[in-house]
Design a protein around this ligand. Structure first.
Ligand SMILES: Cc1cc2nc3c(=O)[nH]c(=O)nc-3n(C[C@H](O)[C@H](O)[C@H](O)COP(=O)(O)OP(=O)(O)OC[C@H]3O[C@@H](n4cnc5c(N)ncnc54)[C@H](O)[C@@H]3O)c2cc1C
Length: 394
C-alpha cells in the first residue's frame, strides 16, 4: 500500500552528474522541597525503570533475521534508533542536517584525472541500493547491458511480506525479470475481496487490488540468481561513499576503497538515500507517513483484506491529534496469521507522535479494529517505518 513494489519510486533518480535528571530537579520549582524532591525522584526512577508495553512485547519475541531495506528491522533497539532519527527530524528547523556531498561533478575526462586506471570494474550501469534496485538491474541486464549493484548490507529480502497486485508483478514478467512460475513460488498468500472504507461513509469492495502477499526473501533470492546468471555483479556489504561525474563517465568509490566506473548511475537507496539528501540540501520533509503494525497469529476471520480503512475519527497520541488509517491482509505463514498496519500522516514538529507512542495506541486499537482480544493473538513480529514526503516532489 505504501509504496507499490513496481511503482515509480521518487527516490530512484538518475544521477548524471533526556535531559540529565539532576539538572531537571534543580530547575523545577515544585521540586525545591527535599522531601517532595526525593518522592518525585523515586517516582521518576520507577517510571524510567518500567518498560513500556511495546518494549515488553517486542523483547519477548525472538528476532532471528533483520535485513537492510525499509521494514526489515523488527527489534526494540532498532525501533528506538528509528525513533531517534525521527525525533531529530522533528526537532530541527528547516534543515535536518547539512548533507554530505556524495555526487561531485568533475570537469574533464576520467583519463586526465587522479583516478585514471584505478577502477577495478567497468559497467554500463551501476545501481546503488539493491532491495528494489535488483529488479531494475535485472531488467537492464536482460537487455544486454553490463550492470553492477552496490548494496550496503547483504542483499536479501525481509521476512515480512510485501502486498502487491498480480498485475504489477506481471510487468516484471514482461521485462524478463520474473517468470509466471517465479510469481507462484514467491507468492505466499492470495486474498479477495479487498475493502476500502471510511467510517460512516460506506465501503467499496474491490477485486485483485494489492491481493497477493509475496515473500521478499524468496522474490529477491530468485531475482538475485537471475541477475547473476545474466552476468550481473553484486557488491554486497559495500556502501557507496562518493560518485564523481566526469565528462565521459562516472566513477563510484565504495567504502573499503574499491572504484567502479559506468555510464549511468541509478539511485535506489530508498528514503534515506545520501543522493536524495544532497539533492534536497538536507531539507526537512513537509510531511511524514508513520506506520506501525504486526504480523500475528490467531485471526479466525482471515480471508479478505483492507487496502485502506479508517475506523475512527481523530485520536490523541502523544501531544498530537492524528487521523489513523488501517491496512490488513492474510499472511503466508499460516491460515490464522494476519498482518495489520496502522498509519498516519503528520508534519514533522516537536510533539509529533513517536513510533513507540503509536504502537502503544496500536495495542488498544488493533483488537477493536479486528474484533479480537490481544490476549488471544500471538505476535510474531512488530513492523514499523517512516516515509518522508515533500511538496516539491521533483
Ligand atoms: C512497515 C512497512 C511496510 C511496507 N509494506 C510494503 C508492502 O506491503 N508492499 C510494498 O510494495 N512496499 C511496502 N513497503 C515499502 C517498502 O519501502 C518497499 O517495499 C521497499 O522496501 C522499498 O525499497 P527501496 O529499495 O526503494 O528502499 P529501501 O527498502 O529503503 O532499500 C534501500 C536499499 O539501499 C541500501 N542502501 C542505503 N544506503 C546505501 C549506501 N550508501 N550504499 C549502498 N546501499 C545503500 C539499503 O541497504 C537498502 O537495501 C513497506 C515499508 C514499511 C516500512
Amino acid at each position: 500500500m505504501f509504496l507499490p513494489l513496481t511503482s515509480c519510486n521518487p527516490n530512484m533518480g538518475i544521477v548524471i552528474q533526556l535531559d540529565h535528571c539532576s539538572g531537571l530537579y534543580q530547575q523545577h520549582p515544585r521540586l525545591t522541597n527535599p522531601l517532595v524532591r526525593r518522592t518525585q525522584r523515586r517516582k521518576l526512577l520507577v517510571a524510567q525503570a518500567v518498560p513500556s508495553r511495546t518494549q515488553r512485547i517486542m523483547e519477548s519475541i525472538s528476532v532471528t533475521s533483520e535485513v537492510g531495506g525499509a521494514g526489515g528491522a523488527y527489534s526494540y533497539n532498532a525501533l528506538k534508533r528509528l525513533d531517534q532519527i525521527w525525533s531529530n527530524i522533528c526537532s530541527t528547523q528547516t534543515v535536518s542536517q547539512e548533507p554530505q556531498k556524495v555526487v561531485v561533478p568533475n570537469p574533464g575526462l576520467l583519463s586526465n584525472s587522479d583516478l585514471a586506471g584505478k577502477e577495478v570494474e567497468k559497467f554500463d550501469v551501476v545501481v546503488c541500493g539493491g532491495t528494489l534496485g535488483i529488479f531494475i538491474a535485472t531488467a537492464l541486464s536482460a537487455k544486454g547491458l553490463r550492470v553492477g549493484i552496490v548494496e550496503r548490507n547483504v542483499l536479501q529480502g525481509r521476512e515480512q511480506e510485501w502486498n502487491i497486485s498480480r498485475k504489477e508483478l506481471l510487468e516484471l514478467v514482461e521485462v524478463g525479470v520474473l517468470t509466471d512460475e517465479d510469481i507462484e513460488q514467491a507468492t505466499s498468500s492470495k486474498f479477495n475481496p479487498n475493502r476500502c472504507g471510511f467510517e460512516d461513509k460506506g465501503e467499496i469492495w474491490v477485486q485483485d487490488i494489492l491481493n497477493l502477499g509475496v515473500s521478499p526473501a524468496k522474490l529477491i533470492d530468485i531475482v538475485k540468481s537471475r541477475f547473476n546468471s545474466l552476468g550481473g555483479v553484486i557488491f554486497e556489504s559495500c556502501a557507496v561513499s562518493s560518485i564523481r561525474v566526469y565528462e565521459d563517465i562516472a566513477t563510484l568509490q565504495l567504502a573499503g576503497g574499491k572504484i567502479l566506473s559506468c555510464q549511468l548511475v541509478l539511485d535506489a537507496m530508498g528514503n534515506f538515500s545520501p543522493v536524495v539528501k544532497q539533492i534536497r540540501s538536507g531539507r526537512k520533509p513537509d510531511g511524514v507517513c508513520l506506520v506501525v503494525g504486526t504480523c500475528a497469529h490467531g485471526f479466525r476471520e482471515n480471508s479478505s483484506s483492507d487496502v485502506i480503512y479508517s475506523s475512527s475519527s481523530v485520536e490523541k497520541i502523544g501531544d498530537s491529534e492524528v487521523q489513523l488509517f488501517w491496512e490488513a491482509f492474510p499472511a503466508g505463514s499460516g491460515p490464522l496469521d494476519r498482518t495489520t498496519y496502522m498509519f498516519t500522516y503528520v508534519q514533522p514538529r516537536p510533539g509529533s507522535p513517536k513510533l513507540e507512542e503509536l504502537l502503544e495506541s496500536y495495542w488498544d486499537l488493533m483488537p477493536k479494529y479486528q474484533g479480537i482480544s490481544l490476549e488471544n493473538v500471538e505476535i510474531q513480529r512488530v513492523i514499523y517505518g517512516i516515509f518522508p514526503t515533500y511538496r516539491d516532489s521533483s
